[in-house]
Design a protein around this ligand. Sequence first.
Ligand SMILES: [Zn+2]
Length: 318
Amino acid sequence: MQLVLDYLKQNQSRFVEELCDYLRLPSVSAQEQHKNDVHACAEWLVKHCLSIGLEARLCTTKKHPIVVAKTPKIKSKTKRPHFMLYGHYDVQPPEPLDLWKSKPFEPRIEGHTLFARGSTDNKGQNFAHLKAVEAYLKTNTPLPCDLTFVIEGEEEVGSESLSDFLKTNRKELQCDAIVISDTGMPSPKHPALTYSLRGITAFEIKLTGPDRDLHSGIFGGAVQNPAMALCRLLAQVHDANGRIVIPANIRKSMGLKPGDVVVMSLEDGVLRIESHLARIRRIQEEFKKFVTPGTLASDELIADRREEARREMEESLG
Ligand SMILES: [Zn+2]
């Protein structure tokens, strides 16, 4: 271990120079004009991984390439643990440029701080992991495990190609745990292992209301204001402790299959989550209660419905 630590100390300034080379590559995945730069960055990374003694290759995808690098195979009688290190080499667009004190792709060092786009998200972190492995490999210190780096180029644009890549390479990537190098540390004295990172899901919610202004005295309280309904809908996604209130078994109970479209709606103050198809069927059924085939909705019926909605609203408001 002392050999490894000595190697890290002796090579520190070279590591910083190499990190600066990595940071100079404007691998902005979101901007079409940087497409070639993103590719060049992936190639640079493969070359670098090879130079430190890893087996590395560039995997093309529909969009930006993924870099895979592995520690050399070691023969062992017992099964060695295998860990995957995930990171990304693409960066956020640097705009607005006038808020930068120096050019985003020309690294600037001030004291112990290095400023450049991507330095903390995520080139700096995945490079630190690579340098740690380099120290082991170059000092012939045996690693206690096998490591596979997966460094992608689409993290900042939704990682679209990643799931296909993982599925295709499932067997090769089978591992005991994944270390995500895309986090931070609270201070230079406090290296950290961050856990319980949360996922993300995106919805587009369309709430439609009356197609004209309604008289507040006649319709107020009975017909929901879409802006208010949307607020209530969003407010019900989390409970008071910030937990998502969509039950874990909802997919199963709704008989949803992967790829099904799910609709969230607020009806009579209640948040509903259901498959798009089930919703259409339910609305059709409910509609039948009010209008028998061949009958037009009368003014009386509409007034009844409005009165019913008003009563429900009053009850729900206590
Ligand atoms: Zn990141």
